[in-house]
Write a protein that binds this ligand. Structure first.
Ligand SMILES: [Zn+2]
Length: 314
Protein backbone atom coordinates (compact mmCIF):
# COMPACT_ATOMS: atom_id res chain seq x y z
CA UNK A 1 0.00 0.00 0.00
CA UNK A 2 1.32 3.41 -0.88
CA UNK A 3 1.58 6.30 1.46
CA UNK A 4 -1.58 7.77 0.05
CA UNK A 5 -3.64 4.65 0.45
CA UNK A 6 -5.82 6.38 3.00
CA UNK A 7 -6.83 9.16 0.64
CA UNK A 8 -10.05 8.39 -1.15
CA UNK A 9 -10.54 9.77 -4.63
CA UNK A 10 -13.93 11.16 -5.48
CA UNK A 11 -16.49 8.77 -6.81
CA UNK A 12 -15.32 5.77 -4.84
CA UNK A 13 -17.81 6.01 -2.05
CA UNK A 14 -18.80 2.40 -2.60
CA UNK A 15 -15.38 1.38 -1.33
CA UNK A 16 -15.99 3.13 1.95
CA UNK A 17 -18.64 1.28 3.87
CA UNK A 18 -19.37 3.18 7.05
CA UNK A 19 -20.83 0.15 8.72
CA UNK A 20 -19.23 -2.76 6.96
CA UNK A 21 -20.50 -5.97 8.46
CA UNK A 22 -22.07 -4.14 11.35
CA UNK A 23 -25.32 -3.60 9.50
CA UNK A 24 -28.02 -1.11 10.20
CA UNK A 25 -25.80 1.89 10.59
CA UNK A 26 -24.62 2.61 7.10
CA UNK A 27 -24.12 5.95 5.46
CA UNK A 28 -27.65 5.94 4.11
CA UNK A 29 -28.96 5.70 7.65
CA UNK A 30 -26.61 8.47 8.65
CA UNK A 31 -27.96 10.72 5.91
CA UNK A 32 -31.55 9.84 6.71
CA UNK A 33 -30.95 10.76 10.31
CA UNK A 34 -29.45 14.00 9.18
CA UNK A 35 -32.36 14.72 6.85
CA UNK A 36 -34.74 14.11 9.69
CA UNK A 37 -32.99 16.73 11.75
CA UNK A 38 -31.55 14.15 14.09
CA UNK A 39 -27.91 14.79 13.43
CA UNK A 40 -27.74 16.89 16.52
CA UNK A 41 -24.22 16.52 17.70
CA UNK A 42 -22.52 18.37 14.93
CA UNK A 43 -25.14 19.75 12.61
CA UNK A 44 -27.52 21.25 15.07
CA UNK A 45 -25.59 24.22 16.24
CA UNK A 46 -24.01 25.79 13.21
CA UNK A 47 -23.92 29.52 13.12
CA UNK A 48 -21.82 32.55 12.69
CA UNK A 49 -18.42 32.59 14.19
CA UNK A 50 -18.36 33.63 17.79
CA UNK A 51 -14.94 35.05 17.23
CA UNK A 52 -14.49 35.80 13.55
CA UNK A 53 -10.96 36.24 12.44
CA UNK A 54 -11.31 39.54 10.70
CA UNK A 55 -7.68 40.40 10.45
CA UNK A 56 -5.70 37.28 10.05
CA UNK A 57 -2.46 38.51 8.58
CA UNK A 58 0.35 37.14 10.71
CA UNK A 59 2.58 39.80 12.13
CA UNK A 60 6.25 39.24 11.64
CA UNK A 61 8.09 39.34 14.92
CA UNK A 62 10.83 41.98 14.98
CA UNK A 63 14.30 40.58 15.43
CA UNK A 64 15.70 40.87 18.92
CA UNK A 65 17.72 44.05 19.31
CA UNK A 66 20.86 42.26 20.40
CA UNK A 67 20.88 39.92 17.41
CA UNK A 68 22.39 41.27 14.21
CA UNK A 69 20.13 41.12 11.17
CA UNK A 70 20.18 37.90 9.23
CA UNK A 71 22.08 38.04 5.94
CA UNK A 72 18.90 37.45 3.97
CA UNK A 73 15.91 39.69 4.65
CA UNK A 74 13.65 36.71 5.33
CA UNK A 75 11.02 37.63 7.91
CA UNK A 76 10.47 35.25 10.79
CA UNK A 77 6.77 35.09 10.02
CA UNK A 78 4.90 31.84 10.68
CA UNK A 79 5.03 29.30 7.92
CA UNK A 80 2.09 29.20 5.60
CA UNK A 81 0.13 31.70 3.56
CA UNK A 82 -1.72 34.71 4.90
CA UNK A 83 -5.44 35.29 4.38
CA UNK A 84 -4.62 37.66 1.55
CA UNK A 85 -2.40 35.02 -0.04
CA UNK A 86 -5.20 32.47 0.07
CA UNK A 87 -7.76 34.89 -1.34
CA UNK A 88 -5.43 35.87 -4.16
CA UNK A 89 -4.47 32.30 -4.99
CA UNK A 90 -7.87 30.62 -4.83
CA UNK A 91 -10.26 33.46 -5.60
CA UNK A 92 -11.00 32.22 -9.10
CA UNK A 93 -10.72 28.50 -8.56
CA UNK A 94 -13.96 26.54 -8.96
CA UNK A 95 -14.46 23.34 -6.99
CA UNK A 96 -15.34 20.09 -8.71
CA UNK A 97 -16.66 18.11 -5.75
CA UNK A 98 -18.46 18.67 -2.44
CA UNK A 99 -19.37 16.17 0.24
CA UNK A 100 -17.99 13.79 2.84
CA UNK A 101 -15.47 12.28 0.46
CA UNK A 102 -13.66 14.53 -1.95
CA UNK A 103 -10.10 14.41 -3.25
CA UNK A 104 -7.60 14.96 -0.49
CA UNK A 105 -9.84 13.88 2.40
CA UNK A 106 -8.42 10.97 4.38
CA UNK A 107 -10.96 8.33 5.41
CA UNK A 108 -8.70 5.41 6.34
CA UNK A 109 -5.25 4.88 7.75
CA UNK A 110 -2.78 3.72 5.10
CA UNK A 111 -2.08 0.37 6.71
CA UNK A 112 -3.21 -3.24 6.68
CA UNK A 113 -2.35 -3.65 10.36
CA UNK A 114 -5.19 -4.33 12.76
CA UNK A 115 -5.26 -0.81 14.08
CA UNK A 116 -8.19 1.56 14.46
CA UNK A 117 -8.21 5.31 15.04
CA UNK A 118 -11.03 6.44 17.28
CA UNK A 119 -11.89 10.10 16.75
CA UNK A 120 -14.38 12.10 18.79
CA UNK A 121 -15.68 15.53 17.88
CA UNK A 122 -16.62 18.31 20.28
CA UNK A 123 -18.78 20.64 18.23
CA UNK A 124 -19.63 23.49 20.58
CA UNK A 125 -22.48 25.91 20.14
CA UNK A 126 -25.78 26.20 21.94
CA UNK A 127 -26.67 22.52 21.57
CA UNK A 128 -23.22 21.07 21.24
CA UNK A 129 -21.21 22.14 24.27
CA UNK A 130 -21.72 19.18 26.55
CA UNK A 131 -18.96 16.92 27.84
CA UNK A 132 -19.24 13.15 27.99
CA UNK A 133 -17.34 12.41 31.18
CA UNK A 134 -18.27 8.73 30.97
CA UNK A 135 -16.77 8.38 27.50
CA UNK A 136 -13.51 10.07 28.40
CA UNK A 137 -13.43 8.07 31.62
CA UNK A 138 -13.76 4.80 29.69
CA UNK A 139 -10.97 5.77 27.32
CA UNK A 140 -8.74 6.56 30.30
CA UNK A 141 -9.50 3.49 32.37
CA UNK A 142 -8.91 1.25 29.37
CA UNK A 143 -5.85 3.25 28.25
CA UNK A 144 -7.43 3.69 24.82
CA UNK A 145 -5.78 6.42 22.75
CA UNK A 146 -7.97 8.70 20.67
CA UNK A 147 -7.86 11.83 18.57
CA UNK A 148 -10.20 14.58 19.78
CA UNK A 149 -11.42 17.14 17.26
CA UNK A 150 -12.27 20.26 19.28
CA UNK A 151 -14.19 23.21 17.84
CA UNK A 152 -13.15 26.66 18.99
CA UNK A 153 -16.61 27.28 20.49
CA UNK A 154 -16.28 24.16 22.65
CA UNK A 155 -12.82 25.22 23.80
CA UNK A 156 -14.19 28.67 24.69
CA UNK A 157 -16.99 27.03 26.71
CA UNK A 158 -14.61 24.61 28.49
CA UNK A 159 -11.17 26.15 28.83
CA UNK A 160 -10.27 24.02 31.85
CA UNK A 161 -11.44 20.77 30.28
CA UNK A 162 -9.68 21.64 27.05
CA UNK A 163 -6.44 22.20 28.96
CA UNK A 164 -6.93 18.93 30.83
CA UNK A 165 -7.43 17.00 27.60
CA UNK A 166 -4.46 18.74 26.02
CA UNK A 167 -2.28 17.66 28.94
CA UNK A 168 -3.33 14.01 28.74
CA UNK A 169 -0.83 12.04 26.61
CA UNK A 170 -3.55 9.52 25.82
CA UNK A 171 -5.18 12.06 23.57
CA UNK A 172 -4.19 14.04 20.53
CA UNK A 173 -6.10 17.24 19.85
CA UNK A 174 -7.20 18.19 16.36
CA UNK A 175 -8.98 21.07 14.67
CA UNK A 176 -12.79 20.95 14.36
CA UNK A 177 -13.05 24.47 12.99
CA UNK A 178 -13.69 27.92 14.32
CA UNK A 179 -17.45 28.34 13.75
CA UNK A 180 -18.29 24.71 12.86
CA UNK A 181 -19.10 25.31 9.21
CA UNK A 182 -18.97 23.15 6.08
CA UNK A 183 -15.72 24.05 4.36
CA UNK A 184 -16.48 25.50 0.94
CA UNK A 185 -15.35 28.28 -1.35
CA UNK A 186 -18.92 28.74 -2.64
CA UNK A 187 -21.06 28.65 0.49
CA UNK A 188 -22.27 25.11 -0.22
CA UNK A 189 -24.48 23.87 2.61
CA UNK A 190 -24.74 20.59 4.51
CA UNK A 191 -27.63 19.63 6.79
CA UNK A 192 -29.03 23.12 6.25
CA UNK A 193 -25.88 24.85 7.46
CA UNK A 194 -24.37 27.25 4.95
CA UNK A 195 -20.70 26.69 4.37
CA UNK A 196 -17.91 29.19 4.24
CA UNK A 197 -18.53 31.56 1.35
CA UNK A 198 -15.07 31.95 -0.14
CA UNK A 199 -11.36 31.31 0.28
CA UNK A 200 -11.05 34.01 2.93
CA UNK A 201 -13.73 32.40 5.07
CA UNK A 202 -12.10 29.01 4.58
CA UNK A 203 -8.93 30.55 5.94
CA UNK A 204 -10.83 31.96 8.94
CA UNK A 205 -12.55 28.65 9.67
CA UNK A 206 -9.30 26.69 9.62
CA UNK A 207 -6.81 29.21 10.92
CA UNK A 208 -8.87 30.70 13.76
CA UNK A 209 -9.04 27.45 15.68
CA UNK A 210 -5.61 26.33 14.50
CA UNK A 211 -4.21 29.28 16.43
CA UNK A 212 -6.42 28.56 19.45
CA UNK A 213 -5.21 24.95 19.56
CA UNK A 214 -1.63 26.05 19.06
CA UNK A 215 -1.91 28.27 22.11
CA UNK A 216 -3.62 25.49 24.04
CA UNK A 217 -1.15 22.70 23.30
CA UNK A 218 2.04 24.55 22.44
CA UNK A 219 2.14 23.16 18.92
CA UNK A 220 0.01 23.44 15.82
CA UNK A 221 -2.64 20.79 15.24
CA UNK A 222 -2.05 18.55 12.24
CA UNK A 223 -5.54 17.33 11.44
CA UNK A 224 -8.74 19.14 10.51
CA UNK A 225 -12.36 18.03 10.28
CA UNK A 226 -15.00 20.61 9.45
CA UNK A 227 -18.30 21.04 11.17
CA UNK A 228 -20.65 18.60 9.31
CA UNK A 229 -17.52 16.92 7.83
CA UNK A 230 -18.37 18.35 4.40
CA UNK A 231 -15.84 20.03 2.09
CA UNK A 232 -15.18 20.99 -1.46
CA UNK A 233 -11.89 20.04 -3.05
CA UNK A 234 -10.60 23.61 -3.24
CA UNK A 235 -11.23 24.16 0.46
CA UNK A 236 -9.37 20.92 1.21
CA UNK A 237 -6.38 22.26 -0.73
CA UNK A 238 -6.49 25.50 1.24
CA UNK A 239 -6.55 23.57 4.50
CA UNK A 240 -3.51 21.68 3.28
CA UNK A 241 -1.66 24.91 2.65
CA UNK A 242 -2.41 25.84 6.24
CA UNK A 243 -0.71 22.68 7.42
CA UNK A 244 -3.88 20.72 8.07
CA UNK A 245 -4.55 17.22 6.81
CA UNK A 246 -8.31 16.84 6.39
CA UNK A 247 -9.56 13.65 8.05
CA UNK A 248 -13.03 12.17 7.89
CA UNK A 249 -13.94 8.56 8.59
CA UNK A 250 -14.99 5.23 7.16
CA UNK A 251 -17.04 4.17 10.18
CA UNK A 252 -19.81 6.37 11.50
CA UNK A 253 -19.67 5.43 15.14
CA UNK A 254 -22.63 7.27 16.61
CA UNK A 255 -24.72 8.88 13.85
CA UNK A 256 -24.15 12.36 15.18
CA UNK A 257 -24.69 11.04 18.73
CA UNK A 258 -28.15 9.77 17.80
CA UNK A 259 -27.35 6.06 18.00
CA UNK A 260 -28.36 3.77 20.84
CA UNK A 261 -25.54 2.00 22.69
CA UNK A 262 -26.30 -1.14 20.70
CA UNK A 263 -26.01 0.75 17.41
CA UNK A 264 -22.77 2.39 18.51
CA UNK A 265 -21.32 -0.96 19.50
CA UNK A 266 -22.38 -2.55 16.21
CA UNK A 267 -20.81 0.28 14.26
CA UNK A 268 -17.51 -0.05 16.11
CA UNK A 269 -17.48 -3.80 15.63
CA UNK A 270 -17.68 -3.23 11.87
CA UNK A 271 -14.17 -1.76 11.71
CA UNK A 272 -11.52 -3.15 9.43
CA UNK A 273 -7.74 -2.68 9.62
CA UNK A 274 -7.02 1.04 9.28
CA UNK A 275 -10.54 2.22 10.01
CA UNK A 276 -11.15 5.73 11.26
CA UNK A 277 -14.22 5.95 13.50
CA UNK A 278 -16.11 9.19 14.12
CA UNK A 279 -17.99 9.74 17.36
CA UNK A 280 -18.78 12.63 19.65
CA UNK A 281 -17.66 13.63 23.12
CA UNK A 282 -20.07 16.54 23.48
CA UNK A 283 -23.42 14.72 23.80
CA UNK A 284 -23.34 12.88 27.14
CA UNK A 285 -27.01 11.88 26.95
CA UNK A 286 -26.45 9.86 23.78
CA UNK A 287 -25.44 6.24 23.45
CA UNK A 288 -21.83 6.87 22.54
CA UNK A 289 -20.19 6.20 25.90
CA UNK A 290 -22.05 2.98 26.62
CA UNK A 291 -21.60 1.69 23.09
CA UNK A 292 -17.88 2.40 23.10
CA UNK A 293 -17.48 0.75 26.50
CA UNK A 294 -19.23 -2.36 25.20
CA UNK A 295 -17.22 -2.55 21.99
CA UNK A 296 -13.69 -1.87 23.24
CA UNK A 297 -13.03 -5.22 24.95
CA UNK A 298 -14.47 -7.11 22.00
CA UNK A 299 -12.27 -5.25 19.55
CA UNK A 300 -9.23 -5.81 21.73
CA UNK A 301 -10.07 -9.50 21.92
CA UNK A 302 -10.32 -9.52 18.13
CA UNK A 303 -6.76 -8.28 17.92
CA UNK A 304 -7.34 -4.62 17.16
CA UNK A 305 -5.10 -1.94 18.62
CA UNK A 306 -6.16 1.69 18.99
CA UNK A 307 -3.97 4.50 17.70
CA UNK A 308 -3.94 8.25 17.35
CA UNK A 309 -4.06 9.60 13.82
CA UNK A 310 -0.52 10.92 13.96
CA UNK A 311 0.86 7.42 14.43
CA UNK A 312 -0.12 6.57 10.84
CA UNK A 313 -0.73 9.85 9.01
CA UNK A 314 2.13 12.10 8.11
ZN1 LIG B 1 -19.02 18.77 14.93
Amino acid sequence: MGADAGVRPAGRSATVDPAGAGGGVDRRAFLLLAAAGLLTACAGAGGPAAEPVADSAPVAAPPPAEVPPAPAPTPSAPAGPTRADVVARYGGVAPTAFGLEVPGVVTRLPTAERVVALTFDACGGARGSGYDVALIGTLRTTATPATLFLNQRWITAHPDLAAELAADPLFELANHGTAHLPLSVTGAAAYGIAGTAGPGEVFDEVEGNRRTLTELTGHAPRFFRSGTAHYDDVAVRIAGELGQTVVNFDVNGDGGATFTPRQVSAALLSVVPGSIVIGHLNQPTGGTAAGVAAALPRLTAAGFRFVRLSEYLG
